[in-house]
Structure formats: C-alpha cells, structure tokens
Ligand binder design. Sequence first.
Ligand code: 1GP
Length: 236
Amino acid sequence: MAAAWAQWGHVTKIDPDKALHDGDTYAAIAETGTDALILGGTTNVTESSVQSILAALTPAEIPIFVEPTYRPTLFHREGLAGYLVPIVLNADDPLWITGAHHEWVRSSDPDWNYVQSEAYIVLNPASSVATYTQANCDLDVDDVVAYAELAEQILGQEIVYLEYSGTLGDPAVVAAARDALSSARLFYGGGIHDYDSAFEMASVADTVIVGNVLHEAGIEAVAATVRGAKDAHHES
Ligand code: 1GP
C-alpha cells in the first residue's frame, strides 16, 4: 500500500465506542487540519460501528483508516483508505503479537493493498490496551530503543508507535526511539490535550496522534493540538 502516513504530522483517532463532545459532528473533525483519521479503540471497533461513522464522515478530504478489533473481510469500502493493524511488541500475550493476526489471515482473504502494520510499544500500564495485551510496561529507555530498532531492522516495520494512551509520555524516551530509527516513522500517542503538549511531543515524534481530547474536550481542542504539532514540525 502507498505510504500515505509518510506525510502525516497529526492524526486524530476516533473511538467508535465513545460519543463526540457536545455539539460536535464527525464531518467537522476533518476541518481541524488534522492529516488523517483513524477509527480505533481497544474494544468494540466493529464492522457496524465503523460503517456508521464512515457514513457520517464521507466525504472527508483526508484519509480514513481503521485499526480493527474485528477481522476485516470487506476491504474496498467507500471512504476507507485502509487498515492499520497493530502488533504489540511488548505484549505478554502472543495473541496480540501474531495470534489474532494468524486467525484473521487464515479465516479471511486479506487484500494486502489495504493493510499496513504498526509496531506498538505500549507504555502506560494503567491503560486498557496495556491490560488487554498484558503488556510489560516496565521498560527503561534502552528497552524502548531496542524494541524500536528490532521493529525496524528485524521485523521490517515501517511504523513504530509509542502508545502512552491516557497519559503524556516522556519526551526523552520518544526522542531516543525516533533517533534509533533510520527510515521507519515514529508515531506517538497519549495524553496530548492542548497546544503545548502537542508541540512538545511533535518536537520529538514524526507523527502525533490525539484520541481522548476529541471525545472529552471537543473539536476546538483538537484544532489547538493541530496548531501545536504543525508549529513544532515547522521548527524542526
Ligand atoms: C490512543 O494513542 C492514542 O490510541 C491517543 O491517546 O487518547 O491519550 O490521546 P490519547
């Protein structure tokens, strides 16, 4: 699949399980200046929840990807650019490394043109993704750097995703992970909620992802994070 993500500086993740903030519409999210939308959440990203949000989003002018927790069988879907499939490198449960993926490939006939993997490193032990995957989050900076390097150099991953979902991570760890990559892109997600937090993390990551702020504070707050990320990327 074409490397659409190579140009992304800021991405907004929509959790189909959570409502939008008062008065916000799906269609308006694309107008914040965010570069792409991901429909994703730890649970309940279902075929039908995706379908109804896609219907509300289309026609958006930015790409829309799904991080599925179901097994996609329908790839050519109007309004959808493709699927981002996480593998969680520090999951203790192999279901999240190759298990679910193996089941999916066996039971479906994936159209690989629409599939891109992401190498996740889950770093907030209090997050639901850490609980689900039984992630070992007790990692120091060298551990994280080693995961990032092995993702790119051994597993051939093009996207490494530092997932601090729910809390703002350590910029020094993010910077060290990015420095360890040669051409893979470093995604950062977790706790970005305003201009300053977006600026800080976009200064050390290639792509920042915002999630909760959309549902909790709304589209204006997302727009502030877009400005922070763009300013940081212009300076670097
Ligand atoms: C979640 O990385 C994203 O998968 C964003 O995290 O919800 O904390 O913004 P937040």
